[in-house]
Design a protein around this ligand. Structure first.
Ligand SMILES: C[S@@+](CC[C@H](N)C(=O)[O-])C[C@H]1O[C@@H](n2cnc3c(N)ncnc32)[C@H](O)[C@@H]1O
Length: 294
């Protein structure tokens, strides 16, 4: 018999790390093309090219939860809409491994955190030590920076979008970290990496988690399948001796083997190890993660 949403949520909740109230509840099973994220006391249902299955809709109505609905679409990227349950403030914190992050249902297509990076954030926190330095590129709301700062590292957070850097500062403050003790750079990642290399600036850890496709400030196009190797090479020039790099991408078109080749070519001689997606992402294993250690 098909498990109910309540049963699925309860089963996954039982295996979450301590201090975690945000996770992928439904990852395409038992409702194909349906993804449900539990975000503290809210649910976010995302649908890929289908309408909401009637039996799931009925169950959502009975959760008593504040439920949002979002269509996953590559062309028209609309924010989620309130579907049912109490209307709660759009901005609220979630917790992950005891770290808090600000979510915003009205911020646009993305709500503040990519849950599929939970284990990688935990590993960044484990790897950072007091006094070490971390460069977080394509930082979005700076979740990796927050984890590194929690471990006592001095972070440099880099993104094209000023609102993302502001959001990162808010995430730090939410965790009692003073953003004034950290660095924030607005602009294109490749441009900044070249600048850091020229200045002889080196980091103990670098996070490379770019979007699959983007345009920089000058309108130049960036594609993971074509440009990731070059990115790793430029980042490698900014890595301190004995440093590490987190190379990750959600690009579905890129096979794990092709991704590994690109990373290996960008940082020759590094020890490479892959890691899987968090257990609650039990559908398609689209996220590829490689840790490169010098
Ligand atoms: C997929 S998100 C990255 C997710 C992030 N690593 C995390 O774990 O939350 C992509 C981010 O990259 C930024 N971005 C896109 N192109 C960029 C570029 N050329 N240089 C700097 N940032 C860029 C976007 O503004 C966006 O915040």
């Amino acid at each position: 018999m098909k498990a109910t949403l309540g049963q699925i949520i309860a089963r996954k909740k039982a295996h979450l790390p301590q201090g975690t109230d945000a996770f992928r509840a439904v990852d395409g099973t038992p409702w194909p093309e349906v993804f449900v994220d539990a975000l503290a006391d809210r649910l976010l249902v995302s649908l890929r090219s289908i309408s909401l299955p009637a039996d799931l809709h009925n169950q959502l109505l009975h959760t008593g939860c504040c439920v949002y609905l979002k269509q996953l679409d590559n062309d028209v990227k609309l924010p989620p809409q309130h579907l049912c349950g109490p209307e709660l403030p759009p901005r609220f914190p979630i917790s992950e491994n005891g770290v808090r992050y600000l979510m915003d249902m009205e911020a646009g297509y993305s709500q503040g955190i990519f849950l599929d990076q939970r284990d990688n954030r935990a590993e960044v926190r484990r790897r950072c030590t007091p006094g070490s330095t971390l460069l977080n590129t394509f930082a979005y709301t700076g979740a990796f920076s927050v984890c590194a700062a929690m471990a006592g590292a001095t972070t440099t957070t880099l993104d094209l979008a000023q609102p993302c850097l502001t959001w990162c500062r808010e995430n730090m403050q939410l965790n009692g970290i003073d953003p004034a003790e950290h660095y924030f750079c607005k602009g294109d990642v490749l441009h900044w990496l070249e600048r850091f290399a020229r200045q002889g600036r080196r980091f103990d850890g670098i996070v490379l988690d770019p979007p699959t496709f983007s345009r920089d400030e000058k309108g130049r196009i960036w594609r993971v399948e074509r440009d990731y190797g070059k990115l790793v090479g430029k980042a490698a020039a900014c890595l301190a001796p004995g440093g590490w790099m987190l190379c990750t991408t959600n690009c579905r078109k890129l096979s794990p083997a092709a991704f590994r080749r690109m990373v290996a070519e960008g940082i020759p001689g590094a020890r490479l190890s892959s890691s899987p997606m968090p257990f609650d992402f039990d559908g398609e294993p689209y996220l590829k993660t490689i840790w490169a250690d010098l």
